[in-house]
Design a protein around this ligand. Structure first.
Ligand code: F6P
Length: 327
């Protein structure tokens, strides 16, 4: 027994992200390495409320490091936000002998965890969302895979746009944040990128950039729109109306959430999973795993949720310097 922790429950919550399975595996294997039992809680916090809990051992998480989605299923639980839901979940922790919870998800998951820690159960969150919008950490699991999936799709779109000399407008996920869109725009050599963090002016940020690219001899154009920045369909229509360019709109949608996790996601998931288990062992009561400047460590959940994450300004400046002439 390590610091009173005999049995850990692990769950995935919120939108799924590639690398969640690798993180579940890492938590189970790290716990087993330290002589701690692990239980899998299915369907997010709903599984804690309903006692939807299964035994996991080192062997049961074999061959999932490379699998997208989550073997534990995931959900966004409204009941867990209520005091009754929290009490039911705490009662099930007592019933199953769970001393600590590792929850893999985004900031909604962490808010639920913070509240739940008041029930006297130790909790640690692992950041996983393709949006990479959690302030306390440079990295959230799933971002790299989602970005690569989007870039591959955009490369394919570029082929056909180039053949037909068209304009492509691609909507990328990210909820209210533009981290994914900016990164993808930079990697795909876009003509313009629209993100929610920067108010855009259609004439200046879209029309003029397409015009400059056209003057440089380009006959196809790639506009990346973060879902939080506006409707890709409306932007596409406006481009057709004002510039008379044959335009096609593609909403990448949930394609970005699936697929085999990249090497980066697998490695980060392994490191974060181990860190979460070590945090519980060392007596953490309410923590979140963070990646900063190459290090992985845990911090208090309240300070993790206190700040909001701004766009990487340096990356944005690079994008500004690159935009205007499509690759
Ligand atoms: O937070 C991850 C995310 O994929 C966002 O980028 C997107 O806005 C949202 O989840 C979509 O949620 P759902 O899967 O419920 O449609």
């Amino acid at each position: 027994m390590e610091n009173g922790i005999k049995r850990i429950g692990v769950l995935t919550s919120g939108g799924d992200a590639p690398g969640m399975n690798a993180a579940v595996r890492a938590v189970v294997r790290a716990a087993s390495y330290r002589g701690i039992e692990c239980l899998g809680v299915r369907r997010g916090f709903n599984g804690l409320i309903n006692g939807d809990i299964v035994r996991l051992d080192a062997d049961s998480v074999s061959r999932i490091i490379n699998r997208g989605g989550t073997i534990l299923y995931t959900a966004r639980s409204d009941e867990f936000k209520t005091p009754e839901g929290q009490k039911k979940a705490a009662a099930n922790c007592k019933l199953f002998g769970i001393d600590g919870i590792v929850a893999i998800g985004g900031d909604g998951t962490f808010r639920g965890l913070r509240e739940f820690s008041k029930q006297g159960i130790a909790v640690v969150g692992i950041p996983a969302t393709i949006d990479n919008d959690i302030a306390c950490t440079d990295y959230t699991l799933g971002f790299d895979t989602a970005a690569n999936t989007a870039v591959e799709a955009i490369d394919r779109l570029r082929d056909t746009m180039q053949s037909h000399e068209r304009c492509s407008v691609v909507e990328v996920m990210g909820r209210n944040a533009g981290h994914l869109a900016l990164y993808v725009g930079l990697a795909s050599g876009a003509t313009a990128v629209l993100v929610p963090e920067k108010e855009y002016d259609f004439e200046r940020d879209v029309e003029e950039r397409i015009r400059r690219a056209r003057l440089c001899g380009k006959t196809h154009f790639m506009i990346i729109v973060a879902e939080g920045a506006g409707s890709a369909l409306e932007i596409g229509k406006r481009i057709e109306d004002t510039l008379a360019l044959d335009t096609r709109v593609t909403i990448l949608g949930h394609i970005q959430r699936g697929g085999t996790p990249s090497a980066r996601d697998r490695v980060m998931a392994s490191r974060m999973g181990c860190c979460a288990v070590e945090a519980l062992i060392s007596g953490e009561k309410s923590g979140v795993v963070c990646a900063k400047d190459g290090d992985i460590f845990s911090i208090d959940i309240s300070s993790a949720l206190a700040a909001s994450k701004g766009l990487n300004e340096q990356q944005y400046e690079v994008m500004e310097a690159m935009m205007g002439i499509d690759d």
